[in-house]
Design a protein around this ligand. Structure first.
Ligand code: SF4
Ligand code: SF4
Length: 496
């Protein structure tokens, strides 16, 4: 099945012996000039790229003060070394968070510290060379920007910031990643990551309405571009057709229908995902965010609700206001934006939604905390809501729920292995190996507690796991959306 070795799922986590260069061959496809241009980057390696890269590093560390602190603060304590799923799965020391940081820090030292300028060898400073550039390209695309390492670092050093800065520099010199940049280009020009036309989305939604009516006997609407609706629902475009994403989307529709809340999608902003974050591009992240604001204004909605997508929620929760605000035209009684899990949870608590849990009795469930929700956002108005709210929804809709090993939960969750722009076929080896710690935890609950399904609330996690589970001997049907469980259990009022 694979032309690489699949890691063994041992009973306990084993820190691997170092295998230097184990993943030095892994690199994503490079973006063609026509993919670079719409994003504002040079199409190919610029003539004086060494100086451009050095200058860009200087600009970024000046602009993002956190990066400057992270470049200076590491004391080489080693705590982070075994915290990255990519190191655990590949044994490559450059996949240790501190090793990944060193790729950038060594160049920073050379050009921006006195010791590095005068005694480069003594302090491990490196010139900006083609070899360094290639290493950046390969290893900054073996980081899902999941931030697990930062949870354990005593100084909170966030390796994701290094990967994002590294990718922004790579793009600035003309060496961008094909997959991420192609996706951003489609979202900027067409309005969603998959390049789906408004007509295609409308057709899909029409068939969904028919399917749901046939299954439930209730006419649940899935409207698009309807002016005057109360809610603009912004979902990852995979929700429109991928499995199990679309089952979650059906759940969102049923919740809003049952609550009597009018809502609509927008064909102009038919995308919750924002890959601008992944390449560390403020400009592109902002442009994509602005589409959401424009769609909300054009449609005259009162609220914006995001669907199940980890990094979409991270951008929306952390910076939608500063990127694309003000949102003073929305109803001030609701947070801007809201997450669909917050909406469902609130309705559930107020007794607006009722569930028949037995509809999910064929499943013994566990839940995977998605990195960007767990470590970069919150849900609801209480600390830790991003952990409790999805679990409360699952427990309200299912009778059988089992947690995985505690050291893989909440803010210590292990990444699915494909966030941060790694969800592309040429990176399958790193994706499979990086998923190993999560697979180990899944195997434990499957073996010991009969777990049959794993619920997720992130589009990338769902896509990655449905692809990766079979490599480890599990069925791809084990992956379900949180709102898929809601969809199955919700009791809809029958029409007269
Ligand atoms: S951010 Fe995640 S993927 Fe990147 S080094 Fe840290 S733990 Fe590894
Ligand atoms: S845990 Fe933090 S301070 Fe320690 S080696 Fe890792 S990045 Fe450096």
């Amino acid at each position: 099945m694979a032309d690489f070795e699949i890691p063994e799922l041992t009973e306990k986590r084993v820190v691997p012996k170092l295998v230097p260069g184990a993943m030095s061959h892994s690199a994503p496809h490079v973006a063609d000039p026509e993919l670079q241009d719409p994003l504002g980057y040079p199409g190919e390696l610029v003539d004086n790229w060494e100086q451009v890269a050095i200058d860009k590093l200087g600009e970024l560390k000046g602009k993002y003060r956190g990066l400057q602190v992270f470049l200076d603060a590491c004391v080489r304590c080693g705590v982070c070394t075994d915290k990255c799923h990519f190191y655990l799965g590949t044994a490559d020391p450059k996949n240790m968070p501190v090793g990944r940081q060193e790729l950038l820090r060594s160049v920073y030292r050379r050009y921006y510290t006195l010791a590095g300028k005068w005694f480069p060898r003594l302090v491990g400073a490196r010139d900006m060379t083609q070899e360094v550039l290639d290493e950046w390209y390969n290893y900054f695309h073996q980081c899902t920007e999941c931030r697990r390492c930062s949870v354990f670092c005593p100084f909170g050093i966030d390796t994701a910031e290094f990967a994002m800065a590294g990718r922004e520099i790579l793009n600035s010199v003309g060496k961008g990643q094909k997959y991420a940049n192609e996706v951003i280009g489609k979202a900027l020009t067409i309005g969603n990551n998959l390049g789906l036309s408004g007509r295609a989305i409308a057709d899909t939604l029409e068939s969904l309405e028919e399917d749901v009516e046939e299954e439930s006997g209730v006419k649940v609407r899935f409207p698009i571009d309807e002016k005057g609706a109360e809610v603009l629902l912004v979902v990852p475009s995979a929700d429109f057709f991928a499995e199990p994403h679309v089952d979650g989307l059906i759940g969102y529709g049923k919740v809003l229908h049952q609550a009597g809340i009018s809502w609509t999608f927008s064909s102009y902003a038919a995308e919750g995902g924002n890959f601008g974050l992944f390449i560390g591009s403020y400009n592109n992240t902002r442009e994509l965010s602005r589409r959401v604001r424009k769609a909300a204004l054009d449609l005259g909605v009162k609220r914006i609700v995001f669907g199940e997508c980890g990094h979409a929620w991270r951008v929306a929760y952390s910076s939608l206001n500063t990127l694309a605000g003000p949102f003073d035209f929305l109803d001030p009684r609701y947070p801007v934006p809201q997450h669909i899990c917050e909406v469902t949870y609130d309705l559930m608590k107020r007794g607006v939604l009722k569930f028949d849990k037995s509809q999910n009795d064929h499943m013994v469930l566990t839940f995977h905390d998605s990195c960007n929700v767990a470590r970069a956002s919150r849900l609801g108005d209480m600390p830790g809501g991003q952990f409790t709210i999805p679990r409360e929804i699952i427990k309200a809709t299912c009778n059988h729920f089992v947690e995985m090993s505690p050291d893989t939960l909440y803010d210590a969750t292990f990444c699915c292995g494909a966030g941060g722009g790694l969800l592309t076929d040429e990176l399958m080896e790193v994706r499979v190996k990086g998923a190993m710690p999560r697979m180990q935890a899944v195997k434990q609950v499957a073996d010991n507690h009969g777990v049959t399904h794993m619920a997720n609330m992130c589009a990338i996690c769902k896509s990655q796991f449905t692809k990766i589970f079979p490599y480890y001997g599990f069925g791809k049907d084990m992956i379900v959306s949180v709102h898929q469980l809601v969809s199955s259990a919700i009791i809809l009022d029958k029409q007269d």
